[in-house]
Write a protein that binds this ligand. Structure first.
Ligand SMILES: Nc1ncnc2c1ncn2[C@@H]1O[C@H](COP(=O)(O)OP(=O)(O)OP(=O)(O)O)[C@@H](O)[C@H]1O
Ligand SMILES: [Mg+2]
Length: 403
C-alpha cells in the first residue's frame, strides 16, 4: 500500500547539517526534500535552533499556528534543557541533537509518517512495545555501594550479546551520583521529565536521556532542589510505565530513603536488590528494612534479594551467620576492591573499562548474565516475577580527575 510522498523542508544554519539531513532523508522511501526554501507549505519542517534560540522558537510557533506544516522537528547543537522544554511546549514532534544520530533521525521520521493517530500507543514509536523489567537497587545504609552496583549492573546488562535496551535512573531526590560515575553530563534530570510527563512522547523521552558509550541510557537526579514541583507517586508511575514500553531493563538507583516516591518505585519494581556490606550495623539495618517491607506489604518477599558488597574471605561475620540472622540467602556477593571501585568513580568509568579482567568486573558480568537467558552454561537465568501491580556535586570534580 503506497502512501503519498511527505515533503520535507530543511531550514538549518550550516551546509554541513543540510548535507547530512539531505543524505539521511534521501535514503528513505516516501520522502522528498523541498528544494526551494521560500516555497510554500511542507508536510514536515526540520528547523535548526541557533543562538539566541528565541527567533527560531517564534518562527516555529508562527508556522505551526498558521498550519503551514503537519509536523515540526528541531535540530540543534545546543543541549540546553530550555530547548527541549520549549519544543515540548510548542508541540514539536521531535528533537535531533547534533551531531546527528542517523539511525535515530531515520526511525523518527519513519515513525512520523506512520503516526496517523495520536493515541498513547502511537506515541511510543512505531516499533514493538516492550514491557521492561524494573530492577531497583536499595542501600541498607549510606555508602554501601548502591550506586556502584546500579551503574555496573546496568553496564553489564547493556553489554550482553543480545544487547538489551537498558535505562539507568538515578532516583535519589537530588545530588545523585550516577552521572559522575559514568562521566557524563546530562541536560535533563528525572524531575524535568516528570514535570513534562503529560506532553512527553517516546521521541522526547529518548532525547531527554543521555546515551553513555556502554549503551546505557541515563536519566540522572537533579543537581539542585527544584522549586515549585513535587513529583508524586502517580507521576513516577506514569514515567516508569512509559519507560517500560521502551526498554528491556530499567535499573533504578534508589539510594536509601523510604519516602513516598521511593515507596512508589518499590511497589512497581519487579525485583528489589538490597545492597549491604557484611558489618553488624549494616546487617541490623538490613533486617529493619526487610521488616519494614513486610509491614508495608511490599515489595513482596519473593521480589526482594540481598547483595553482599565488599565481601571478604574469613570475615568476622560469615555469610552463613548473616543468612541465619536474616532468614534469607545471599543472592550475590561482590568482592572488596577499593582500588578499582575508587578509580572507576574518580575517572567516571564503569569497572569493566577500568580493568575488565578484575574479579569485581567479572562478577558484575556474571550478575548481569543472571538476568539474561542461557548464555552462560550452568547459570540459571533469574526469573523475574510479574509486576506486583498490573551531588551533581561533582561533574566539576569528575572533570577535574579527567583532565
Ligand atoms: N566492592 C567494593 N569494594 C571496595 N569499595 C567499594 C566497593 N563498592 C563500593 N565501594 C566504595 O564505597 C564507596 C561508596 O560507594 P557508592 O557511592 O557506590 O555507595 P552508595 O551506597 O551509593 O553511597 P551513597 O550513600 O553516598 O549514595 C566508594 O568510595 C566506593 O569506592
Ligand atoms: Mg549512591
Amino acid at each position: 500500500m503506497s502512501k503519498a510522498i511527505s515533503v520535507v523542508k530543511i531550514l538549518v544554519k550550516t551546509d554541513a547539517v543540510r548535507k547530512e539531513l539531505t543524505e539521511i532523508i534521501s535514503s528513505l522511501d516516501g520522502f522528498a526534500i523541498q528544494q526551494d526554501d521560500s516555497a510554500g507549505d511542507s508536510d514536515l519542517l526540520i528547523l535548526e535552533i541557533g543562538e539566541p534560540p528565541e527567533r527560531d522558537f517564534l518562527y516555529a510557533s508562527v508556522i505551526k499556528k498558521a498550519g503551514r506544516t503537519k509536523g515540526i522537528f528541531f535540530t540543534s547543537a545546543l543541549t540546553a534543557p530550555e530547548i527541549l522544554l520549549e519544543a515540548l511546549k510548542l508541540g514539536i514532534k521531535g528533537f535531533f541533537p547534533q551531531p546527528l544520530d542517523r539511525q535515530y533521525v531515520k526511525e523518527t521520521l519513519l515513525n512520523f509518517r506512520g503516526d496517523q493517530k495520536d493515541n498513547f500507543e502511537n506515541r511510543i514509536s512505531g516499533s514493538e512495545l516492550k514491557s521492561g523489567q524494573i530492577i531497583t537497587l536499595f542501600g541498607s545504609k549510606g555508602g554501601v555501594g548502591t550506586t556502584t552496583t546500579a551503574v555496573n549492573l546496568a553496564v553489564g546488562l547493556a553489554s550482553r550479546k543480545d544487547a538489551p535496551k537498558v535505562a539507568l535512573l538515578d532516583m535519589n531526590p537530588f545530588l545523585g551520583e550516577v552521572s559522575m560515575f559514568l562521566g557524563i553530563e546530562s541536560a535533563f534530570d528525572w524531575i524535568e521529565v516528570a514535570k513534562n510527563i503529560d506532553r512527553l512522547d517516546a521521541t522526547f523521552l529518548m532525547s531527554a536521556l543521555t546515551l553513555h558509550e556502554s549503551g546505557v541510557y541515563v536519566l540522572p537526579s537533579p543537581v539542585s532542589i527544584s522549586e515549585g514541583f513535587q513529583a508524586n507517586p502517580q507521576v513516577l508511575e506514569t514515567m516508569l510505565s512509559f519507560m517500560q514500553t521502551l526498554f528491556d531493563y530499567i535499573i533504578v538507583d534508589s539510594g536509601q530513603f523510604l519516602d513516598d516516591n521511593a515507596k512508589a518505585i518499590l511497589k512497581l519494581s519487579h525485583l528489589t536488590l538490597l545492597v549491604f556490606i557484611p558489618s553488624l550495623p549494616c546487617i541490623i539495618n538490613l533486617k529493619r528494612i526487610m521488616d519494614t517491607f513486610y509491614k508495608l506489604g511490599y515489595p513482596s518477599e519473593n521480589t526482594v534479594e540481598i547483595i553482599a558488597n565488599r565481601s571478604i574471605r574469613n570475615a568476622e561475620v560469615s555469610p552463613k551467620e548473616i543468612e541465619a540472622a536474616l532468614k534469607k540467602s545471599i543472592f550475590f556477593s561482590l568482592p572488596n576492591d577499593y582500588r578499582n571501585t575508587m578509580s572507576a568513580i574518580n575517572l567516571g568509568k564503569p569497572l569493566m573499562d577500568i580493568d575488565g579482567r578484575s574479579e569485581i568486573a567479572q562478577k558484575f558480568s556474571a550478575l548481569a548474565a543472571l538476568f539474561t537467558n542461557g548464555e552462560k552454561p550452568g547459570e540459571k537465568p533469574v526469573v523475574l516475577p510479574e509486576t506486583p501491580k498490573k551531588r551533581k556535586a561533582s561533574l566539576f570534580v569528575n572533570n577535574f580527575f579527567k583532565s
